[in-house]
Ligand binder design. Structure first.
Ligand SMILES: Cc1cc2nc3c(=O)[nH]c(=O)nc-3n(C[C@H](O)[C@H](O)[C@H](O)COP(=O)(O)O)c2cc1C
Length: 135
């Protein structure tokens, strides 16, 4: 508990990084793993994590990010994207580990909530990305 409170109290948005420090593959995997454990409505997991490692691409992304140096300097660049249509991509699979009747029930509920509701699809996607980013 104390560790969590300390981590929350001491968290800061870092603006500058030592560009010579590259996050090793196993640590990057652990970070992505933590992100994908974040909760999502109906377990839809609408986030998509894109790791950008190509230096030229990072330069171009920096240029369209108000030239903020951290885009190029950070030990890793992860772009968090929301798939607003994830709810419509075989949603029963999000409940594949649950009994079959639950899969059917949840698939129906997902369609009821999301189908035709573009604003809600967008809100949920962005909300879930925010939670994954904080994880
Ligand atoms: C939605 C959002 C967008 C942000 N965008 C940027 C950004 O483009 N560049 C940046 O340096 N910090 C950005 N920040 C970080 C804020 O500047 C920072 O959280 C705020 O100043 C408080 O500082 P702290 O996070 O260190 O407590 C963003 C934060 C949020 C929540």
């Amino acid at each position: 508990m104390t560790d969590i409170m300390t981590a929350i109290a001491e968290r800061r948005s870092a603006k500058r990084f030592d560009p010579s420090v590259i996050i090793p593959e196993h640590e990057l995997r652990a970070i992505l793993d933590a992100g994908r454990k974040a909760p999502t409505a109906f377990n839809i997991q609408h986030w998509r994590f894109v790791v950008v490692s190509d230096p030229e691409l990072r330069k171009q992304i920096r240029a369209v990010s108000w030239d903020q140096p951290q885009v190029e300097e950070a030990g890793a660049l992860i772009i968090l994207c929301a798939d607003f249509k994830a709810w419509d991509k075989n949603p029963a699979r999000y409940w594949a580990a649950a009994p079959e009747n639950m899969q059917t029930t949840y698939e129906g509920m997902i369609r009821q909530f999301y189908d035709g509701n573009e604003q809600f699809q967008r809100d949920e996607g962005i909300r879930s990305c925010g939670m994954a980013a904080y994880a």
